[in-house]
Design a protein around this ligand. Structure first.
Ligand code: GDP
Ligand code: IMO
Ligand code: MG
Length: 424
């Protein structure tokens, strides 16, 4: 049984929490794209972990965890995270595998990410500054450095030299910045060889064997559908494919092996960084106070998240481009005490109404959301264990989302820890 668990909005939907919950019954968990720009929070047995590169299955000692070819791996971030998890008494020996085909984030990727963002005349994306965009640029320009190169020092040395020389010309001529030192970077990366070597594997083969022996596999997306470089609110996106197709290309699995796509979606909407966000609440709607109620601050950068109402147009779009089979709706508890609750059902322009998501950021930045209002509830939801115990207004809210998106709600999250999950 292979399930893709992906974000259906602009990231931070609670993927870490849901994947940790699903992992109790999983054999293999695999990340397929993105890098340490992700911040997946898992509250596991009372301990909080923020995972950036490691799949959210790592906290279950019997799961095998994979990082696929589609991920861009920052070795410093990876080794730091491995050390943190192991310091918490969780051994990863023999159950963490990193694809030999995954590309490495290099120091110049992080530097360029920050310089591009600060440059006048270039669209500011509000990136996480983790070098993601520049690393995917090099990958697609076919000059990237991959994990497999760490195992071949002469080739690594040569590739670093040619990349650093090119980047140095760019840094000197355009950014007037101090040059990077080839030797220092080569030495630093050569030293990663021995430490990363035990984890390197052909992840496509690991997954193929798991699938053929009937194992339960979860493919964990990072970011979210609206941040997809092809389907998202371009150019305000990340540089990978968080959508369902990315799981196949990023892990080397054929689409016929995917049994189920679970869309993870917050009961309202948040976004970090720049870009259009039709249902965003401004200061005039401060009464909802979603940011404080939902503790909406970035898990990776600590930035305050922009908050707004649930966007049904976005949800329908995500259901379509990912062929979502079921929703896991998170943070329903955060809506307690807010009434009425609004749900966006269309976007209006002066002369037309959009019922389908217009992916063009220019259109999205000026459309006005058309809302339906639903009654709220006052009961706290954190201790509720079964669907039937939810307040009627909460059930009606879920029913509305289900009918509007034509996708069943299979799972509801009412708090950060896994025992605060209701299955329907
Ligand atoms: P991810 O990137 O999709 O894994 O999401 P993040 O970890 O960045 O952000 C989700 C935040 O909401 C984290 O702080 C979680 O601990 C928290 N969270 C997840 N599910 C729930 C929930 O159902 N209710 C509440 N109140 N918090 C939740
Ligand atoms: P998780 O996996 C929310 C956003 C950044 C920025 C844009 C591009 O925790 O849901 P990048 O550094 O990727 O080049 O930034 O994407 N972004 C995220 N927003 N959650 C994330 O990950 C994100 N990863 C990147 O804020 O707008
Ligand atoms: Mg996050």
């Amino acid at each position: 049984m292979v399930t893709i668990a992906l974000g259906a909005q602009w990231g931070d939907e609670g993927k870490g929490k849901i994947v940790d919950y699903l992992s109790a019954e999983a054999d293999v968990v695999a990340r397929y794209q993105g890098g340490a720009n992700a911040g997946h929070t898992v509250v596991h047995d009372g301990r909080k972990f923020v995972l950036h590169l490691l799949p959210a299955g790592v906290l279950w000692p019997n799961t095998v965890n994979c990082i696929g070819a589609g991920v861009v791996v920052d070795p410093v971030a990876l080794l730091t995270e491995v050390a943190q998890v192991e310091a918490a008494g969780i051994s990863l020996a023999g159950r963490l595998f990193v694809s030999h085909q995954a590309h490495l984030i290099m120091p110049y990727h992080k530097l360029l990410d920050q310089l591009y963002e600060a440059q006048n005349g270039r669209t500011k994306i509000g990136t996480t500054g983790r070098g993601i965009g520049p690393a995917y640029v090099d990958k697609h320009a076919r000059v990237g450095i991959r994990i497999v190169d760490l195992l071949d020092p002469p080739s690594l040395r040569e590739k670093i030299r040619s990349n650093v020389e090119e980047k140095n010309r760019l840094l000197a001529k355009i950014y007037d910045t101090a040059e990077l030192n080839v030797q220092a970077i080569t030495d630093e990366y050569l030293a990663f060889d021995k430490r990363i070597d035990p984890y390197v594997k052909d992840v496509s083969v690991v997954l193929s064997e798991a699938i053929h022996s009937g194992k339960r596999v979860i493919l964990e997306g990072a970011q979210g559908t609206l941040l997809d470089v092809d389907m998202g609110t371009y150019p305000f996106v990340t540089s990978s494919n968080p959508t369902a197709g990315g799981a196949c290309t990023g892990l080397g699995i054929g689409p016929r092996h995917i049994d189920r796509v679970m869309g993870i979606i917050k009961a309202y909407t948040t976004r970090v960084g720049e870009g259009p966000f039709p249902t965003e609440l401004g200061p005039e709607d401060a009464g909802t106070n979603l940011r404080e109620r939902g503790d909406e601050y970035g898990a990776t950068t600590g930035r305050p998240r922009r908050c707004g109402w649930f966007d049904g147009v976005v949800a329908r779009f995500s259901a379509r481009v990912n062929s979502v089979d079921v929703w896991a709706i998170t943070k329903l508890d955060v809506l307690t005490g807010i009434s009425p609750i609004k749900v966006c059902v269309a976007y209006a322009e002066e002369t037309r109404t959009y019922r389908h998501f217009p992916s063009d950021s220019r259109i999205l930045s000026h459309v006005k959301p058309v809302y339906e209002e639903l009654q709220g509830w006052d009961e706290p939801l954190g201790d509720i264990q079964s669907f039937s115990d939810l307040p009627k207004a909460a059930k009606d809210y879920l029913e509305f989302i289900q009918e509007f998106t034509e996708v069943p709600v299979a799972m509801i999250s009412v708090g950060p820890s896994r025992n605060q999950t209701i299955t329907k």
